[in-house]
Structures are given as C-alpha cells and as structure tokens.
Design a binder for this molecule. Sequence first.
Ligand SMILES: Nc1ncnc2c1ncn2[C@@H]1O[C@H](COP(=O)(O)OP(=O)(O)OP(=O)(O)O)[C@@H](O)[C@H]1O
Ligand SMILES: O=P(O)(O)OC[C@H]1O[C@H](OP(=O)(O)OP(=O)(O)O)[C@H](O)[C@@H]1O
Ligand SMILES: [Mg+2]
Length: 281
Amino acid sequence: MRIAVPNKGRLHEPTVDLLERAGLHLVDGADRKLYANTVDPDVTVLFARTSDIPEYVADGAADLGITGYDQVRESDVTLEEMLDLDYGTCRIVLAAPEESAVETVADFAGGTVATEFPEITRDFFDDAGVDVDVVEVSGATELTPHVDMADGIVDITSTGTTLRMNRLEIIDEVLESSVRLFARPDVVENEKVGHVSTALSSVIAADNQRYIMLNAPENNLEKVRDVIPGMGGPTVMDIAGTDQVAVHAVVEEAEVFEAITDLKAVGATDILVTEIERLVE
Ligand SMILES: Nc1ncnc2c1ncn2[C@@H]1O[C@H](COP(=O)(O)OP(=O)(O)OP(=O)(O)O)[C@@H](O)[C@H]1O
Ligand SMILES: O=P(O)(O)OC[C@H]1O[C@H](OP(=O)(O)OP(=O)(O)O)[C@H](O)[C@@H]1O
Ligand SMILES: [Mg+2]
C-alpha cells in the first residue's frame, strides 16, 4: 500500500509529523528521496508535489494521498475523501482591488481573472453564469490586478495578510479547503487502508483532548462526575485505606481550564492533565 505525501512546501512537514504520530515511522527516508519505507512492511510513502498527488492516486502510483482539498478539486480526477486532517486550512476567494468598480461576481462579466486554480475558477464562474477570461499564473497572483493583467484574482487566503498588503478585497468565497486523506475509490474497502485511516484519525481525535487524573473524596464523586462526564463516564478507583477515590477521564482541551476550577470547588486534589497521543474510539 502506498501513500503519496507532499515532498516539499508548507504541507510536507506537518504531514510527515502526522504519519510519525500515527505510528507510521519512516525508515531510510533521507532528504530528497522519492520513497520511504515505514515500520509497517506493507506501507510505503511516496513523496510527490502537492498538486500532483491527486493524479498519482488516481493513476495507481499510490493508493492513498494526503493533500489539500483544493488540489483535488483543481485536478480532474475523482477520489474518495476518507478523513479531514484539519491542517492547511484556507479559503480560496475571488478578490478585486479595493479601489476598483468591481463589487460583485456579476461585475466581472467580460473581464479577466488571474489564478493558480483555473479549473476551480472556471467552475465557479460557470455556476454563477458569468462569462470571464481566466488567465493562469503560477504565483504572485496578487500582483496581476495592479499591472492591468486582470480585473481580479481567485487565490488562497488564510490570515488575510497578503490580500491586505496588496489592497485587495474579497468579493466572494469560492471554496474552503483543508488537508485531507484521499483514496482511489477501488481501495476504499481495503483492510490496510482502513488501518491507516484509523491510525490517522486517532491522532486527530487525540489532538483536541486531554487526559485528566485527580483524587477526590468519595462522598463528592457525583459532583465530580457532573464536572467531567468523560467519554462513557470517568474511570473511578478506590484508594486503599482512605475515603478518597482516584478519577481518570478524557476532557476536551477547551474545557480543561474551567474543569480544573470546578473540580477544586468540589474538593479534588492532585489534579494532573496530560496530552493524549492517540485515541481510538
Ligand atoms: N496560506 C495558506 N494557509 C494554509 N494553507 C495553505 C496556504 N497556502 C497554501 N495552502 C495549502 O497548501 C497547498 C499549497 O501547497 P504548496 O506545496 O504549494 O505549498 P507552498 O508552501 O506554497 O509551496 P510553494 O512555495 O512550492 O508554493 C494549497 O493547495 C493549500 O491546500
Ligand atoms: O492570507 P495569508 O496568510 O497572507 O496567506 C495567503 C498566501 O499564502 C499563499 O502564498 P505562499 O506563501 O504559499 O507563497 P507562494 O505564492 O510563493 O506559493 C497564497 O498563495 C497567498 O498568497
Ligand atoms: Mg504557495
């Protein structure tokens, strides 16, 4: 089973990191190699350009691919989306110079739009029923409206800094993207694909959760349960020779701060919060 992952660019490092955290450690994967084996003899990693990954998977060079949803939409292949991996989150937007007369999608009729995403752009304007010329560029798209190459652009934004620096305003959102795990439709049912998918999803699931441990008077156990319902209820253990119990539970990371305050109020002591590596439900 082969997984295609970005060989460079912003998605390379977080993707390799995710595979490692999922237990798919790369072995003999030196820089600039095209392949790496993993500790699982049945799983090989293939390094490819982020934008080529959809093709690699569709053509059978790889069975699974990890890349941006925007890249799959831009390619003309059909892949099964297995998991949202929740990084590389960005929006593709239609934007025009702040000072220009273009204020709506319809205002682009008869105009020109520059983009690194010609397929997505054509689909967007087709759906809107607006006729435009699409000019493909391979980077620095934000410059084009200021040198009379285009009336606007379709490009990626995440923090919004690049648009702001280039005095461009968003006219409409074209699509939302994130990095996802894609499979060729004929391998979706494959057992190994299931294992890889479960391993990756366990890392994603664990990212937002913390493991909390504490001691509390047995009398207050119900109050403790109210604070931390946990997944399927907390684990409760007697502490021999005392009127205390030890309680362990999984808590949403965002709720930890409040939970600690509430737990102390019901007599909890020795509270310990740790990260979780993987969580398989
Ligand atoms: N600003 C951004 N914020 C979040 N995700 C982004 C951003 N820009 C691009 N992406 C995601 O990363 C993908 C682009 O990956 P790419 O390998 O081109 O990264 P890069 O760091 O821009 O590399 P390069 O310098 O080669 O363009 C996009 O298709 C999108 O899914
Ligand atoms: O909203 P922001 O946070 O400013 O991010 C958006 C910018 O990020 C990407 O460029 P990238 O850094 O990949 O440069 P590139 O054009 O050289 O690929 C994208 O093409 C935008 O220009
Ligand atoms: Mg880029």
